[in-house]
Design a protein around this ligand. Structure first.
Ligand code: GSH
Length: 213
């Protein structure tokens, strides 16, 4: 058995943050497929034996079982010494961006993409308009941040970057708009992260793609 197990599925950008981190740090890990689209995270069994919050990702490492991608990223950074923000100020700054990301950026973008590309029926137009406005606003904030820095905290990539890329490599058709083309600094930053050795696309890292027709 691999050292780390990750409960995840291919369409989950929340899980991708962790799958990417494990891959970039060269960890010995294996995915455990979560059948999200058939309701696995809503089952009593999943909630009692995997995650009471009913979410993926969940990381298992020896006797530890962790959920919330931000917590898992911090754990892996401290464990490996890689993508770790150094010093108290940098650590707090990374957490500030991770929380912003979870709530306002990928937190909203994930729902928008789900309602656009995966839900049946797809989202109500008024709801979609509201979510798109919120997502655009958060993307503009990140784009501005990246105008004067290579990565979110500065010259080196950290867990803040690995959180913020969550849904941003999925195909533009799944959103109905092209994030990298509309936000040039984000586009350049995504290319820089893609150039880190061992980078892989979410659909190549996690099981469950494509969805059955
Ligand atoms: N803030 C959480 C979000 C996790 C999350 O919402 N995961 C989705 C899958 S992409 C999920 O399991 N949703 C189930 C639900 O909300 O019922 C994290 O970053 O880990």
């Amino acid at each position: 058995m691999a050292e780390f197990q990750l409960y995840c599925f291919a369409q989950s950008g929340n899980s991708y943050r962790v799958a990417l981190m494990l891959t970039l740090i060269g960890a010995d890990w294996q995915p455990i497929f979560v059948d999200f689209f058939n309701g696995e995270t809503r089952t009593a069994d999943y909630r009692s034996s995997v995650n009471e919050m009913g979410e993926a990702p969940v990381l298992v490492h020896g006797g530890k079982k962790l959920s919330q991608s931000g917590v898992i990223l911090l754990y892996l950074a401290e464990h490996s010494g890689k993508f770790l923000p150094h010093g108290e100020d940098a650590r707090l700054e990374a957490l500030r961006w991770i929380i912003f990301d979870n709530q306002k950026l990928n937190g909203i973008l994930a729902t928008y993409r789900f309602l656009h590309a995966l839900a049946k029926p797809s989202g109500d137009p008024a709801v979609m308009k509201f979510l798109k406005g919120r997502a655009d606003s958060a993307l503009r904030i990140l784009d501005k941040r990246l105008a004067s820095r290579s990565y979110v905290l500065g010259a080196e990539p950290t867990i803040a970057d690995l959180s913020l890329v969550a849904y941003l490599y999925y195909p533009a058709e799944e959103f109905g708009f092209d994030i990298a083309a509309e936000h040039k600094n984000i586009g350049a930053w995504l290319d820089r992260i893609k150039a880190i050795p061992r980078w892989a696309h979410p659909y190549d890292l996690m099981p469950g793609y494509p969805l059955p027709a």
